[in-house]
Design a protein around this ligand. Structure first.
Ligand SMILES: Cc1cc2nc3c(=O)[nH]c(=O)nc-3n(C[C@H](O)[C@H](O)[C@H](O)COP(=O)(O)OP(=O)(O)OC[C@H]3O[C@@H](n4cnc5c(N)ncnc54)[C@H](O)[C@@H]3O)c2cc1C
Length: 457
């Protein structure tokens, strides 16, 4: 089976692709044309008068941006309390609010660029099945409350075998409800799930989003914006106040260079303007391949996003290992040959890459992953379990986990000519947009307050 993503299927096929054909000079060079690179270009063009060139080794939005689950979510993939313990409650809360603020930035981009691709927003849900899940998430809620932030709506089933064992300190943070209410919220008849947390979520095709933003930038800033595809950058040489980018036969000279490469760049960074840059964190980015399948059904239900945390199936010493979970979105979907339907897309299975392993988007999609997703859908989603589901799309994409599990946004401490907005995790749409705005402020000359996303020395 091939890697066939519904998000890429919705892109224009008859587009003209421009490759870098001569040397170029610019104020800002952005490497990588996923949602991070394109949003970074957007905010720099909006907030400054700089010229921006975006360089992409393949086609725009064909990396993680075109192979994700397209769910807009604002949570970190580490418990909030853990971030608070590591960085302090105030800094963790600032970071959480910063990511949530990207909802407003997204609205602004929609309005200003006149985007017309579907964006749905709703209260999404996550089903929890064990005492550990419930207590971990309640602890998060407790920390959110302490930080003065909005807490997640939390409901625990009266039938949960552990309901009376939940520590009294969390009593204010959840309601006990009938099991039927849990199942209704999760749209399932599967009784595995004993609690639900609910928070704002949404659905977006982030590849189509990039396409429309690129069209807007091309029209609005014809003299200040250019995108070159099929233009891999092999080397970045940093000097005191500028950078040279080696694009094979061509050279790009830029005042600043921003890596929006998802953390898997295959480029060398040479710092002629100071101490050698420790690129170790680039090599430490840990790759996880996520697998997804999708099918269409009549459009008779509203958009939603629901995650289902199952009981742990393995004991593991791997600090990154988490309990297995599946995530499902339902949204309106139109594409060539598919009109006015709902798309049900489901992900869950993940596969860890060795640090140095190569990943390519044209790797086959394993039958086993499709079978795992199919078994989950039939045991959990509101569908006749005897019906054969025709999955029109099966795809995989690469998530990059930085050692801290956080996105890296800001100036390289050893040479501020270089900046980063990278290190996608499994939740990267809002963080990329937040990072884009923050980078634009730095380029403008502002000095944003330190944050837990800052690159470390
Ligand atoms: C299976 C899966 C499910 C996900 N689900 C969600 C979700 O539901 N919600 C969510 O918020 N996030 C999700 N994510 C994460 C989200 O997709 C990413 O965080 C986001 O797309 C990252 O965008 P990016 O622009 O940083 O990276 P990418 O989209 O990967 O873009 C990086 C670009 O840089 C280019 N590049 C790299 N090196 C070079 C070079 N040397 N020269 C030129 N170009 C180069 C690449 O070709 C690529 O196009 C998911 C990811 C995966 C894989």
């Amino acid at each position: 089976m091939t890697n066939r993503s519904p998000w890429i299927h919705q892109l224009k096929k008859d587009r003209q692709v421009v490759t870098l054909a001569s040397d170029v000079e610019t104020d800002v060079a952005i490497v990588g044309a996923g949602i991070a690179g394109i949003s970074t270009a957007y905010f720099i063009l909006k907030n400054t008068d700089k010229k921006v060139v975006v360089l992409e080794r393949g086609k725009f939005a064909h990396g993680a941006t075109g192979h994700n689950a397209g769910q807009i979510a604002s949570y970190f993939e580490r418990p909030f309390y853990e971030l608070a313990d590591e960085f302090g409650l105030e800094k963790a809360a600032e970071a959480q609010l910063a990511v949530e603020s990207a909802w407003t930035l997204l609205d602004l981009m929609y309005t200003e660029a006149g985007l017309d691709l579907p964006l749905s927003r709703f209260i999404g849900h996550a089903g929890l099945s064990t005492y550990d899940h419930v207590v971990r998430h309640l602890k998060d809620n407790q920390y959110r409350k302490r930080a003065g932030m909005k807490t997640e709506i939390f409901k625990v089933s009266a039938d949960a075998p552990f309901v009376s064992a939940i520590p009294a300190e969390y009593a204010e943070l959840y309601d006990v409800v009938p099991q039927t209410e849990i199942e209704e919220l999760l749209q399932t008849k599967n009784t595995t799930y004993k609690a639900v947390i609910s928070f704002q979520k949404g659905c977006l095709n982030s590849a189509l989003f990039c396409q429309e933003i690129i069209e807007f930038l091309t029209k609005t800033y014809p003299d200040r914006f250019a995108l070159y595809e099929h233009t891999p950058i092999h080397k970045v040489v940093l000097h005191g106040g500028r950078a040279l980018l080696d694009a094979g036969k061509r050279t790009v000279t830029a005042g600043r260079v921003i890596l929006c490469t998802n953390g898997f760049e295959t480029l060398n960074i040479i710092n002629e303007g100071g101490l050698a840059i420790d690129t170790k964190f680039h090599h430490l980015v840990r790759g996880m391949v996520g697998y997804m399948s999708a099918y269409v059904e009549p459009m008779n239900k509203p958009p939603t996003a629901i995650s289902y945390f199952e009981p742990a199936s393995v004991d593991s010493d791997d600090p990154y290992a988490s309990d297995p979970y599946f995530y499902l979105t339902r949204r309106q979907f139109d594409a060539e040959g598919v009109k006015g339907m709902n798309l049900i897309s489901v992900g869950g299975p993940e596969f860890s890459l060795d640090q140095r392993s190569e990943y390519t988007t044209d790797l086959d999609y394993p039958e086993q992953e499709k079978a795992n997703i199919d078994a989950f859908v039939k045991s959990t989603y509101d569908i006749d379990p005897n019906k054969k589901i025709d999955y029109q799309y099966t795809w995989h994409g690469l998530m990059g986990y930085t050692p801290s599990g956080l996105r890296v946004v800001g100036e390289e401490p050893k040479n501020p000519v270089l900046l980063y907005n990278l290190g996608c995790n499994g939740v990267g749409i809002l963080p990329s947009i937040y990072g884009a705005d923050r980078i634009s402020k730095i380029i403008k000359g502002e000095k944003p307050a330190p944050s837990i996303f800052d690159p470390r020395g």
